[in-house]
Design a protein around this ligand. Structure first.
Ligand code: GLC
Ligand code: MG
Length: 246
């Protein structure tokens, strides 16, 4: 059976080297029947660097920049780039967001044509994000705000996130949602769990994802008892995608 494994990198596949190694071995044994997607907030360059340093398996697809970009065999998916460009006014959104002094712009390397990323270190974050949302909506902008790890603020086109990018790939491969498993640990993974695929949340997940799970429990979603790639192995076994003994 062909199945699709969609996984976040930082603090999911990566975080415990022994767990990553053990999962890689299991996946190598069944690589022919598994299509692998890495779905990360990192830029493509930064994700590639992590894959090399942590000796991760080469994926079939890279969903980078929180779903704003898709790469296959080193090439940006132009169709997706076109899709997410529709009605996206980066310049106008950036101009509004930059008037918020609490939002600290992330390094240039983490910005891309469809992603404006900030850090928000303020203790009381919701009023700032609520105001920003209200202002962007009032200005008629096409956007969504993704909040992760208690401090990362990504502003993206409303039709670009990890979940939508993964669905686009899955549908192009004609793999049913019931044969796809998404794994993650933080806010930018919520969109993965909003698709109708199976999902595994690793036990070290961030509060924003645990809170979301508390409100969206579903038989397709599994909260693992173990952290990092150990939790992924648990999820793969829970959904019978890999045998318990391998
Ligand atoms: C990664 C990206 C960063 C983003 C964060 C959350 O850390 O490098 O730009 O804000 O993921 O999506
Ligand atoms: Mg993560």
């Amino acid at each position: 059976m062909q199945f699709l494994l969609i996984t976040d990198l930082d603090n999911t596949l990566v975080g415990d080297d022994r767990a990553t190694f053990t999962l890689n071995q299991k996946l190598t044994a069944i690589r022919h029947s598994c299509t692998l997607i890495y779905a990360t907030g990192r830029s493509y360059t930064s994700a590639q660097h992590l894959v090399h340093t942590k000796q991760l398996l080469e994926p079939d697809y890279w969903v980078t920049g929180v779903g704003t970009e898709i790469y296959e065999r080193g090439k940006l998916d132009r169709f997706w780039a076109n899709e997410v460009s529709t009605a996206w006014d980066r310049r106008a959104i950036a101009a509004i967001a930059q008037t918020y002094s609490e939002l600290i712009l992330q390094p240039q390397s983490e910005q891309n044509p469809w992603k404006i990323s900030f850090r928000l270190d303020q203790a009381d974050k919701s009023p700032i994000l609520d105001n920003l949302r209200a202002q962007l909506s009032k200005a008629g902008m096409n956007y969504q705000i993704v909040f992760s790890s208690g401090r990362d603020v990504d502003i993206l086109p409303s039709n670009a996130d990890k979940g939508l990018a993964a669905r686009y790939i899955r549908e192009s491969l004609h793999i049913p949602a019931s044969s796809a498993l998404a794994c993650g640990d933080s806010g930018n993974d919520i969109s993965l769990f909003q698709q109708s695929t199976l999902g595994t949340i690793v036990s070290n997940a961030q509060p924003e994802l645990i809170d979301w799970y508390g409100q969206h429990r579903h038989p397709n979603l599994y909260l693992a008892r173990s952290p990092f790639a150990w939790g992924m192995i648990e999820g793969l076994q829970y959904f019978n995608l890999i045998a318990a003994q391998i």
